[in-house]
Write a protein that binds this ligand. Structure first.
Ligand code: GLC
Length: 554
């Protein structure tokens, strides 16, 4: 049983401690720095923070190669600092989710070192071995072009070990009950230190059978129930938000028929089709994706997002659709990655066009789910394509016009701060945007506030209204006798739409604009006529017909 469904109407902000704020001047962000920025985060209105991995790590995959699950990397601070941080969040009503990376460890983890050196080690069976190189060793790599194999020979072990990701990330044998017990222990540990749950990394791989001779590894879905049950036994409000880029017809396996498995999953299906809609102005595949992922238990929730810390994975689109998105948003091969994705930030993909940025964010915020915002996107940060692979979109937060964008006093930051061109910190930073009432930052703050005030989106049922245009999405949410209507024009052309909207009673309805004064009354035929400017959007509350009239009388 879940005692508190806080995540149904939350706004999550994801950040990496390493690149957010450096307090001690060593060039690497830290918990002390992050703590200084908690009022900023509370100010923009987010209700939860998702921290990328911060545990001790050789840092070969941005910390997704963990060498000790029970600690804080000394570059970021101490466990004491972590608890100060969760306490600081608690004081401000912010919840904390942390990454749970248990598909694999770093090869420097003591478990792996012991396992490879000692055939009788208790840890030997915590990993996945094969005496011979399996025939399918070159299939199933996650990072094509960079990673060649999923099996690598280890000299000390004299066997091959399995690694779904890079060769320095040996897979844990997650079917082993001892490994499962350890995963629960890890979760229990961080729960005690104040977190409200986990963003679970690479879930389809965690639950897949692993071994040398498997033709088609089956998913062990029930493992998810074990994790989730443990969480809620320990702490009723705790959740798992899964990274699971899977086909819609398996969604229910992940959520569980009665919501007994995962509370949340990122909606990758909708994400990819959302970018297709932004690139092509054809919203039909997006509508289809939203409908295809509509089935979920009442307690479950989608995580909606635009960009994250990885490449924008377009692997589920049809080839032609993917080419359309590449042509619009990543025309140069250096902008693309792994043959399936884009390694850019949102703002440069949309050519810094404020109308398109607002449209993209407004649409994402109003899709069924809980929005997850990537740090820096609230000020329209850019990317650095000179950095390797996904690092292009992981540069430090730009706080001010001070050297290194105010991120650090050190002249050698962990990753270079963007300091050239239109997206350099001199032009794109928090300090300037705070002072400017028309900045994207202040726009985002208003939108987040309004998003929280329309719980219909997080909780309600939705349906699409027929706006008679393939470039327009019109969605209505109903919850507890309240309704909102969100309309988005993905096209660069203005469009007039006419819509029939049901009111609370038979006399029709008025639409109260939640973001401006431009409300709507039905015309004689009972329909609403809305003129949407290029990339225009509207959020309306559906009210009784006499609502606006009454207001003007007052
Ligand atoms: C997930 C993370 C990614 C990481 C990979 C391996 O996909 O999002 O950044 O490289 O897992 O842990």
């Amino acid at each position: 049983m879940i005692n508190d469904l806080w995540y149904k109407n939350a706004v999550i902000y994801c950040l990496s401690v390493a690149t957010f704020m450096d307090a001690n001047g060593d060039g690497v962000g830290d918990f002390q720095g992050l703590m200084r920025r908690l009022d900023y985060l509370q100010g923009i209105g987010v209700t939860a923070i998702w921290l990328m991995p911060f545990q001790p790590s050789p840092f070969k995959d941005d910390g997704y190669d963990i060498a000790d699950y029970y600690g804080v990397d000394p570059r970021y601070g101490t466990l004491g600092d972590f608890v100060e941080f969760t306490q600081g969040c608690k004081q401000r009503g912010l919840r904390v989710l942390i990454d749970l990376v248990v598909n694999h460890t770093s090869n420097e983890h003591a478990w792996f070192q012991d396992a490879r050196k000692e055939p009788v080690s208790k840890y030997r069976n915590w990993y996945v071995w094969s005496k011979k190189k399996p025939k399918n060793a070159s299939s199933g790599v996650v990072f094509p072009g960079v990673q060649k194999s999923t099996w690598t020979y280890d000299d000390a072990a004299r066997e091959y070990y399995f690694h779904r990701f890079y060769d320095f990330q040996p897979d844990l044998n997650t079917a082993n009950p001892e490994v499962q017990a350890e995963i629960l222990k890890i979760m229990g540990f961080w729960l005690q230190l104040g977190v409200s749950g986990f963003r679970m990394d690479a879930v389809p791989f965690v639950i897949a059978e692993k071994g040398a001779h498997l033709k088609k590894p089956a998913e062990q879905y029930d493992m998810l129930r074990t994790f989730s049950q443990f969480l809620t036994w320990r702490q009723g409000e705790a959740i798992i938000l899964a990274e699971a880029n899977v086909l819609p017809d398996t969604d229910m396996e992940y959520f569980g028929k009665d919501g007994e498995r995962l509370q949340m999953m990122f909606n990758f299906e909708v994400n990819q089709n959302l970018f297709y809609a932004l690139a092509s102005s054809d919203t039909r595949p997006l509508v289809k994706a939203v409908k295809a992922t509509s089935k979920r238990p009442a307690s479950a929730q989608w995580g909606s997002f635009l960009r994250n810390h990885d490449e924008l994975d377009l692997g589920r689109l049809e080839d032609e659709q993917r080419e359309t998105v590449f042509a619009a948003f990543a025309p140069e091969s250096n902008m693309q990655l792994y043959g399936r994705g884009i390694r850019r930030r949102l703002a440069p993909m949309l050519q810094g066009d404020r109308r398109r940025l607002e449209l993209a964010y407004s649409l994402m915020l109003t899709l069924p789910g809980t929005p997850v915002i990537r740090y820096g996107d609230e000020i329209a940060m850019g990317e650095n394509l000179r950095l390797s692979e996904r690092n292009s979109a992981r540069t430090p937060m730009q706080w001010s016009t001070e050297p290194q964008g105010g991120f650090t006093k050190n002249d050698k930051p962990v990753l270079p701060v963007i300091s050239e061109g239109a997206y350099g910190f001199q032009h794109v930073n928090v300090a300037q945007q705070r002072r400017d009432p028309n900045s994207l930052l202040n726009w985002m703050e208003r939108m987040i506030r309004m998003r929280k005030e329309v719980p219909e989106i997080g909780w309600g049922d939705f349906k699409f209204l027929n706006a008679r245009s393939t470039s327009v999405v019109a969605m209505r949410y109903d919850w507890r006798k309240n309704a909102v209507l969100c309309v988005h024009n993905t096209s660069s052309e203005p469009i007039e739409i006419r819509m029939a909207v049901d009111g609370p009673d038979e006399s029709g309805c008025s639409l109260v604009n939640l973001l401006s004064d431009d409300h709507s009354h039905p015309e004689q035929d009972g329909r609403h006529r809305v003129l949407l400017e290029p990339y225009g959007y509207r959020w309306y509350r559906v009210c009784g017909l006499d609502y606006l009239l009454k207001r003007t009388e007052v």
